[in-house]
Design a protein around this ligand. Structure first.
Ligand code: ZN
Length: 678
């Protein structure tokens, strides 16, 4: 099931590039096999694993000392680099074993105090476990087959059946000092073991070389998979477009509404609906499986202890039924908190009780989060959890940790401390659709929104140009190729937003093009085509977006790229100005009609931006016609400075953040008194 991807030539190349110091060479190999492990989601996902190597390095006085390099927080194994494996002096860590107890805060502090580089990230909370094992290379995974094994009711017996005495078995203890000590004891009871099974948690393997430890990670995992009859890897992120009614926009809106704050943002939703997921949702024991817990305790931090289950009979009944189901989920969560919090050693702050995963019959499994990244992580873990539950239940039982242990992990003091520090970007997780998104202004606008934390759906004619734009944008954004003037384009684009992110917060209706020509020379067909693009498509997208926003039942925004032509006619630009003037009126009409729904409608009047509409050739021609050079032509405004696409993007973002502004036009033209609005 897991392919061994170790390649001697690739490894040798990395060692050669690392220089002469054997410590750096070992670290290079450590990076190499960490990545091999990290790149397989059936071995580790989203922080659910860590690796280490022990080396000898000279201190400032030239004295050699033992150093442990172990994964630091904030790094993922699949992309880790040497700085992601901070070095710690090993001797002081080993002395800790003599202690009876060590709090998590004390542990974090002593680890930081022994870093070789004081600017390194915090070493993993499993650092001491790596330190207390004597092997040079130590690897830890939350592999799918091991999670199934680790949660079987008779996991120990099955483990012995598969491995005999080759694996030590460690009872469940929360990560930290106590687990590290226990794991070392289990190892020392039989130093012949090749690795460890951590019940309800995961797998450790080790060896004298990077290859030896990696080989064991792969072979052990394959032995468990063979025993369970798991043949295929988990296929993550399979998605088919859902046509027709989807409960996702209402679900987004309801979850935000439950916060009781009119401005609380809606979550981003990440839908998974491949054949395996859909088969899982048809299981008759679905409701029961939902109450059992999670495959590995650290999952609770991302996806809570249970999913929201929405049978078709509930979601198809509409908003009130969905609201009732979410309210029941949140009541149950609060009750769990009230049962567990009084037993904790220190006071706990309840997290927002909203669901992070939904199992929606006939629709799919949905990961939910404050932005697309968090939603994708929740979706990945939810898919792995579904498989672990289904296979485990059929192989003898899925018996993960109970409520108390999950609470201890979810409300871990180290996690609670992070709450106070977190500050989200202002437009985090807002879903922004930009039409003409692959063009100069569209892409600059998407970039400006993305910089504030938004997730964008670019709409444009051409798939290749969209892919190029998305590559430039980076991050988790999506594209939808359609001619905005085509019949049904607007509703198809809204469906694309629902399928990609669950709904829509902000529409930037930007697509447009100018047809030059004096009115007396323009035939009606040309003028009508100009109206299709510069007015009717804006109307179609704006009304479709408004309907979707009404379904969500939360504030939304529509922003138009209007143009100064709407108020200040330019010679031979009638076929552009007439529909743009109508679009200006459309903006005001919609602002009037949608204000009560909390939907704000605003626009930008821009002028003279280098773009697909105003090409370099065209600029040269206009400048010649006016007898000025190109620079003076582009900077022919009150400020005497050229207006660039980034200025338009920044203005759209400014309008989006102006919370009590609607029916407004902002000019971005460097000052053009003839085009000033009264
Ligand atoms: Zn772990």
């Amino acid at each position: 099931m897991i392919e061994n991807r170790y390649n001697e030539a690739a490894a040798a190349e990395l060692v050669a590039a690392a220089g002469d110091d054997p410590a750096d060479q070992a670290l290079a190999l450590r990076v190499y096999t960490s990545r091999l492990i990290g790149q397989n989601p059936d071995l580790v996902m989203h922080g659910g694993g860590n690796t280490s190597v022990k080396v000898r390095r000279a201190d400032l006085f030239g004295k050699l000392e033992d150093v442990l390099h172990v994964k630091g927080s904030g790094w993922d194994l699949d992309t880790i680099e040497a700085p992601g494996l901070p070095g710690l002096r090993l001797a002081p860590l080993l002395r800790l074993r003599a202690l009876d107890a060590l709090s998590d805060e004390e542990m974090v502090n002593v680890q930081r105090c022994n870093l070789l580089d004081s600017t390194s990230p915090n070493p993993s909370v499993e650092t001491l476990l790596h330190a207390f094992l004597p092997h040079r290379f130590v690897d830890h995974t939350h592999a799918t087959p091991f999670l199934i094994l680790a949660n079987l009711p008779d996991a120990e017996a099955v483990c012995r059946e598969i491995f005999g005495d080759r694996l030590g078995i460690v009872p469940y203890i929360m990560p930290g000092f106590a687990l590290a000590r226990k794991a070392a004891e289990v190892y020392e009871a039989n130093p012949e073991v090749e690795g460890l099974l951590l019940l309800n948690h995961g797998h450790f393997a080790f060896g004298d070389t990077a290859r030896e430890s990696y080989d064991k990670i792969v072979s052990h995992t394959n032995e468990v998979a063979a025993h369970l009859g798991l043949k295929t890897p988990t296929r993550l992120r399979q998605r088919r477009a859902v046509k027709g009614a989807s409960p996702l926009p209402v679900l987004r809106g309801v979850i935000a509404e439950m916060r009781g704050d009119a401005d609380a943002p809606m979550p981003v939703l990440d839908l998974r609906n491949g054949p395996e997921v859909m088969g899982f949702l048809d299981r008759p024991d679905l409701e029961d499986l939902a109450t059992r817990g999670v495959a590995s305790p650290d999952h609770v931090i991302r996806i809570k202890g249970r999913p929201l289950v929405l049978p078709r009979s509930v979601w198809s009944a509409g908003r009130d039924a969905i609201r009732k189901a979410v309210a029941a989920f949140e009541d149950e969560y609060r009750a769990m908190f009230d049962r567990q919090a009084p037993q904790a050693a220190e006071p706990k702050t309840m997290l927002i009780p909203d669901p992070k995963v939904a199992w929606i019959e006939g629709i799919g499994i949905v990961g939910m989060g404050a932005n697309a990244k968090a939603a994708a992580i929740a979706g990945d873990l939810a898919e792995q959890n579904a498989r672990v539950r289904a296979v485990g239940e059929d192989a003898g039982g899925f018996r993960p940790l109970g409520e108390k242990d999950l609470f201890d992990l979810e409300y871990w003091s180290l996690e609670q401390a992070k709450l106070a520090k977190s500050s989200a970007p202002p437009l985090q997780g807002r879903i922004v659709m930009v039409t003409g998104g692959a063009g100069t202004i569209g892409l600059a606008t998407a970039r400006a929104f993305a910089a504030q934390g938004a997730n964008c759906l670019l709409v444009d004619l051409d798939r290749d140009r969209l892919d190029q734009a998305l590559a430039q944008l980076g991050g988790l954004h999506a594209g939808f190729a359609v001619d905005v003037t085509a019949d049904g384009a607007a509703s198809a684009a809204m469906e694309a937003a629902i399928n990609a992110f669950g709904g829509l917060d902000i529409l930037v209706s930007n697509a447009g093009a100018a047809t030059p020509g004096a009115l007396l020379d323009l035939d009606d067909g040309t003028l009508r085509a100009a109206f299709e693009l510069n007015f009717f498509s804006h109307k179609a997208f704006a009304t479709a977006a408004a309907r979707l926003m009404r379904d969500q039942g939360r504030p939304g925004q529509i922003l138009f790229n209007i143009s100064k032509q709407a108020v200040n006619p330019g010679k031979n630009f009638g076929a552009y100005g007439l529909p743009k003037a109508t679009t200006l009126f459309l903006m005001r009409q919609l602002a009037l009609e949608l204000g009560r729904d909390g939907i704000r409608v605003n626009g930008i009047n821009a002028d003279r931006i280098r773009s697909g509409l105003l090409t370099d050739d065209f600029i040269a021609e206009r400048a010649r016609a006016r007898g000025v050079d190109e620079r003076d032509y582009m900077a022919g405004n009150l400020l005497g400075r050229e207006v660039e696409a980034d200025h338009i993007g920044a203005a759209f973002v400014a309008l989006a953040q102006s919370e009590r502004t609607t029916a407004h036009v902002m000019t971005v033209d460097g000052g053009n008194i003839e085009a000033a609005l009264r």
